[in-house]
Design a protein around this ligand. Structure first.
Ligand code: SF4
Length: 334
């Protein structure tokens, strides 16, 4: 429930809107297991607890990469499915949390360990929120950002994801700025259009990874078959026009696959005139099938994209030693 929904739920039981909000903050923002709220009668609190179901996730494993401090969490769900989240250190003073929206994923991006798992189910809102609650409760610094870039395609679980984002952004919930919440999609065009129409404060990121139909089909076959690249780019253009913001495009670079001169030319043509920011991410493939380009190859690709005039950054994807980097989440304790 959002705080407003909790207020509506508790009102017939004699709770004011302020009391409902305090209960919400106590549970979600402060992650208290035992409810003890100042100036609220114990009897009343016990009544609230008897009315509300507050399940949690089991933490099966935590692994910290000593090289960069990225920490991977493995959670067990009540039905036996498993999901992962990654706590990402930002400088020395805060964390961002990369979390999952589905158990497994119905898409089959060939470079992604989650895609190879297949799809189990959508997560419910509380299962998404609980990832933040648990990680934040044991963190030594505040969690100031959330990225929906873990397991699953967030826009195939749209309602639960948007509801979770609302809770994250609520001052009584995650208290995270809407601008620090990013939803990353592989290109679910109808959901991108809906997201644009609904004017949410959260950031949108699109995983592109191929600039032509053929290239994208070879790397993200299900996404390209269902939402062809031309439709996707139209939706990106609309989003940029309505929000007047740069849209972040993520491009996973793979040696000898999608970072040659033809790819750079096609990408420049495709994105001509659209205000975008490009994140280049080295592929991380524990199976060894795909490897990242060398520094020289990456630099050459970067240079060939300069005619676009768009900001281009190489995004660091950490936690490789504990299989926590982009594309490596496979819900295993390793
Ligand atoms: S990259 Fe994202 S959308 Fe593609 S298979 Fe992996 S989790 Fe699913």
């Amino acid at each position: 429930m959002t705080p407003a929904e909790l207020g509506e739920f508790l009102a017939p039981h004699g709770f004011s809107a302020v009391e409902a909000r305090r209960i919400f903050a106590h549970h979600v923002q402060h992650a208290r297991r035992h409810w003890d709220i100042k100036n609220m009668a114990r009897q009343k609190l016990a009544r609230a607890q008897s009315l509300l179901d507050t399940p949690t996730l089991e933490v099966v494993d935590r692994r910290r990469d000593p090289a960069d401090g990225f920490m991977k969490y493995l959670f067990a769900l009540a039905d036996g499915a498993r999901i992962e989240a990654v706590r990402i250190p930002i400088f020395d003073d805060k964390y961002t949390l990369c979390l999952s929206s589905q158990a497994g994923c119905p898409l089959d991006c060939v470079f992604c360990a989650t895609g190879r798992l297949g799809f189990k189910r959508n997560l419910s809102t509380w299962e998404i929120v609980e990832q933040l609650r648990i990680v934040r409760d044991e963190a030594d610094r505040p969690v100031r950002g959330v990225v929906f870039m873990g397991m699953g395609e967030p826009f195939l679980n749209y309602d639960a994801v948007i509801r979770a984002a609302r809770i994250f952004a609520d001052p009584s919930g995650g208290a995270i700025s809407g601008r620090a919440i990013t939803i990353s999609t592989s290109g679910v065009v109808p959901a991108i259009r809906r997201f644009t129409d609904e004017r949410h404060p959260y950031r949108l990121a699109i995983s592109l990874t191929g600039a032509t139909r053929a290239r994208r089909r070879s790397l993200m076959p299900a996404a390209e078959k269902t939402w062809p690249i031309e439709e996707l780019i139209d939706a990106v253009r609309e989003h940029a026009a309505v929000t007047r913001e740069l849209v972040t495009l993520e491009y996973v670079i793979i040696k000898d696959v999608n970072c040659g001169p033809d790819d750079a030319r096609a990408l420049c043509e495709l994105l001509q005139g659209i205000p975008v920011r490009i994140n280049l991410i080295d592929v991380n493939d524990a199976s060894g099938q795909f490897v990242p380009p060398s520094d020289a190859e990456r630099r050459a690709f970067f240079d060939m994209l300069q005619p676009l005039g768009a900001p281009i950054v190489r995004r660091y994807s950490g936690g490789k030693d504990v299989n926590a980097a982009c594309g490596m989440l496979a819900a295993t304790a390793s």
